[in-house]
Structures are given as C-alpha cells and as structure tokens.
Write a new protein. Structure first.
Length: 150
C-alpha cells in the first residue's frame, strides 16, 4: 500500500478490526519511511446486478424499487417496517446468492410473491394484481381461490 503522504510503498499494518458496519475491515497502517499513520478500509467487491425487464431492456438492480412495490402492497396492513425490511433482505439474499450477473424481473417478482404470501395474504393479492396485470375480475377471483384453497 502506497503512503498517501510520501508516496513510498513501504507501509505495514499495525492494527486491524471490523469497521462500524461489520461489512469491512479497518486497517491502521504506518509508513516505514516517513513514520506517518493512515487508515485504509477493505471490503467485499460486490457483483453488479442487471435486471432484465419484460420488454428486454436492462437496468441496474435497484433495491428501492422492490421496497416501493412491497410498501404499496402492504399499505394499511398490520405489517411493520422491520418486517418489510426483513422481507426485502431475504429477497436480496436469494437474488445475490444466485451469482448471476443478470436476472429477469419475472424471477424477482415470483420470489417476492412467495415471500409476501407467507407474510400477508392481502399484501400478496395486491402485489399479484399489479405484477400479474389482472385484466378482469375472473382472473382476480382465480388468484383468491388459490389462496383460500391453501
């Protein structure tokens, strides 16, 4: 590691510990030439994820879009912010554990619907009605029958 003060590459680690977020390591270093100290951080390199939309356009993954959809479907339901955050965290864990660089939005939607079905039936139906683009009342009723049969 190059010293930020004298630009020599003779530095050594004198202390390592987890950073505040527990997702990175904070290292105190000292330059062997000028003896000044500085801090570096080491973190896991994340794989950028691209979402393939229904129209085959590609856009970067955006957690806020998933959160917004879940918030809308849970509106006026007895579901806490912590439960919604935990649900979105679970979905992200599943998505990122696939180690794919691209993922269809339909896969994300199906994972979300499975998780919402476990959390709250009304939130699930609300999300499904938008996600599956119910065209008429019969389609809506068929989805409700599936829930009632379980």
């Amino acid at each position: 590691m190059k010293c930020p003060f004298c630009s020599k590459d003779n530095t050594r680690v004198i202390d390592s510990r987890p950073a505040d977020d527990n997702n990175s390591i904070r290292r105190r270093r000292q330059c062997d030439d000028c003896h000044r100290r500085f801090t570096t951080y080491e973190k896991i390199e994340s794989i950028p994820l691209v979402v393939i939309k229904k129209d085959n356009n590609r856009e970067p993954y955006d957690r806020a879009k998933i959160e917004a959809g879940v918030f809308r479907s849970c509106h006026k339901r007895p579901i806490s912010i912590d439960q919604i955050t935990a649900l979105v965290d679970e979905v992200e864990t599943i998505i990122f554990s696939r180690e794919d660089k691209e993922i269809p939005s339909s896969v994300i939607g199906e994972i979300l619907m499975d998780k919402l079905k476990e959390l709250d039936a009304v939130a699930y139906v609300r999300f499904a009605s938008v996600y599956r683009e119910f065209k008429d009342v019969n389609t809506f009723m068929n989805e409700l029958k599936k829930i009632l049969d379980n």
